[in-house]
Design a binder for this molecule. Structure first.
Ligand code: SF4
Length: 76
């Protein structure tokens, strides 16, 4: 299983993730941070979603593009 963990508190709103994978990331007009769609809020603004193997590239690319490294792609 592949999980994506997103530490939303630290987002600086650069928009890279939403440019790369707009089906998964949307910029919030209210606070300027990115929102990970179809995710579950765990605690302290940490969001997690499960990803199918054929979608993982979107998240790896999003993670690589994030200037502060707050998108983690983890194989469990
Ligand atoms: S790439 Fe990182 S810092 Fe930029 S909007 Fe996405 S989560 Fe936020």
């Amino acid at each position: 299983m592949i999980q994506v963990i997103y530490y939303r508190d630290k987002c600086i709103g650069c928009g890279s993730c939403a440019d790369i994978a707009p089906d998964w990331w949307v910029m919030d007009e209210q606070d300027g941070k990115s929102t990970l769609l179809k995710s579950v809020h765990k605690r302290n603004n940490i969001f997690i979603t499960k990803v199918e193997a054929d979608e993982v590239d979107y998240f790896v690319n999003s993670s690589d593009s994030c200037p502060i490294g707050i998108i983690e792609v983890r194989t469990c």
